[in-house]
Write a protein that binds this ligand. Sequence first.
Ligand code: 5GP
Length: 177
Amino acid sequence: TDSLALIKNSIKTIPNYPKEGILFRDVTSLLEDPQAYKLTIGLLAEQYKDQGFTKVVGTEARGFLFGAPLALELGIGFVPVRKPGKLPRETISESYELEYGHDVLEIHVDAITTDDKVLVIDDLLATGGTIEATVKLIRKLGGTVNDAAFVISLPDLGGEERLKAMDLNLLSLCEFE
Ligand code: 5GP
């Protein structure tokens, strides 16, 4: 549709960032375009309204930029998943593999209950490692999570298969090679 084309065209591609050979899809250019940003949140809200979701979880840092306005639009709470040491209350952690080494994500233990039906949001799906760790955190706390949404998916990197194997339904507004 026109809306999806407008959103996709608002995303700039930066060659060789952060490393030689990488084509970085830059969502800051989408955020600078108020029409594209509003359409992005509007399409996600349309997709997920009236389905009983109780929380939106977004992962540091670009997941906050889409997750928080979506939660407001849906009229439900927003829960941040963050890098270690950033959250002030009691947390649990999950470690995940990167290309070189590993990283850790944390969530507040009292932010999710067994009554929660959670929607997970990030800007971009690549290998799926970030969202796999995020979903594990939510499930450890007893929350139900079967849906994850992204502004961008890079289908060549295998994240879709990896997340579908965790019983997640996926939505991506646009795809890039
Ligand atoms: P994954 O864990 O799926 O391999 O990587 C996705 C994570 O890396 C997301 O949190 C995303 O913000 C970041 N990421 C990886 N590549 C890109 C990119 O080209 N553009 C943007 N905006 N984020 C990226």
